[in-house]
Write a protein that binds this ligand. Structure first.
Ligand SMILES: C[S@@+](CC[C@H](N)C(=O)[O-])C[C@H]1O[C@@H](n2cnc3c(N)ncnc32)[C@H](O)[C@@H]1O
Length: 261
């Protein structure tokens, strides 16, 4: 896949007209701004991923952006713990075989069924730490070596009212992961903080994955519900293949935390 850092064009300016095919049909349900939808649309058009994973669907506004942007031979897997997610995507793309739905489940429960080689992912769930980090840990062994991960609501706590101060999970993941990082270009030279960002996995992401685990020792915004467990098999595969021995203790502590001990 293309390296994002080599791109000459800002993602949100790439094939913006393609988004127009769905824009008017999703504006009422989409939980993203027009610029954010353009950012995802442009990234997909530039990178042409073949296996896309969307975690967090709600009414399916983002799903429609993805299904509209991908090539005909790509597959989009959508995961949501809600069993009735994706209503608008059903209306617009329900008949399409390239849309695979995994509703009523946490991503960690279905990731083995989805399988490896995921080259593009949009992660947009509850934003309370460590939700997105646990999802990323579960998915990481299944990502292609140069996969691109989009994080939405990285500035949720900054844009919203005070009660949303806990919504720092996507920013925390963005900061703890080692990767090439990107955002809307209009923000790059300004002081405004964007609400969407992407990172592209590289060989250092595996090397420094322990930093992502370490972020699990920051305060959690909630007790771990069933929906944010990570199957032991997935954790063990990750630890054995990626982490040096001292991290096994880290894993033990994470497991205790997941069990609420
Ligand atoms: C912010 S909304 C997603 C918005 C959507 N990406 C869009 O662009 O319109 C968050 C969604 O994440 C789902 N969710 C929460 N925790 C989840 C989890 N652990 N795994 C999958 N989905 C989750 C919720 O049910 C909700 O539908």
């Amino acid at each position: 896949m293309l390296r994002l850092k080599d791109l000459a064009v800002a993602p949100e300016r790439c094939e913006a007209e393609r988004l127009e095919r769905v824009e008017g049909k999703i504006m009422d349900v989409s939980l993203m701004s027009h610029d954010e939808r353009l950012f995802i649309n442009g990234l997909v058009r530039l990178l042409r991923p073949k296996k896309v994973l969307e975690v967090g669907v709600a009414d399916g506004g983002g799903t429609c952006v993805l299904l509209n942007a991908v090539d005909d031979d790509a597959v989009v897997h959508s995961v949501d713990i809600g069993s009735t997610a994706g209503a608008r995507a059903f209306e617009l793309f329900g008949a399409e075989a390239r849309w695979r739905r995994h509703f009523g489940a946490d991503v960690s429960e279905v990731i083995e069924e989805i399988g490896g080689g995921i080259d593009f992912m949009v992660l947009d769930t509850v934003h309370v730490h460590p939700a997105e980090t646990l999802s990323f840990i579960a998915v990481f062994p299944f990502l292609a070596p140069d996969a691109v991960v989009v994080l939405h609501d990285v500035n949720e706590w900054g844009l919203s009212s005070y009660e949303y101060w806990q919504c720092c999970a996507t920013q925390l993941l963005l900061d703890s992961v080692t990767a090439d990082k990107f955002t809307l270009s209009e923000f790059l030279n300004g002081c405004r903080h964007p609400n969407i960002a992407a990172f592209q996995v590289n060989h250092d992401t595996r090397k420094y994955i322990a930093d992502v685990f370490r972020s699990l020792f920051l305060p959690w915004g909630y007790d771990a519900p069933w929906s944010c467990t990570v199957p032991e098999r997935v954790l063990r595969a990750l630890v054995l293949s990626l982490l040096p021995n001292p991290c096994v203790e880290l894993l033990r502590r994470v497991r205790r935390r997941l069990r609420g001990q």
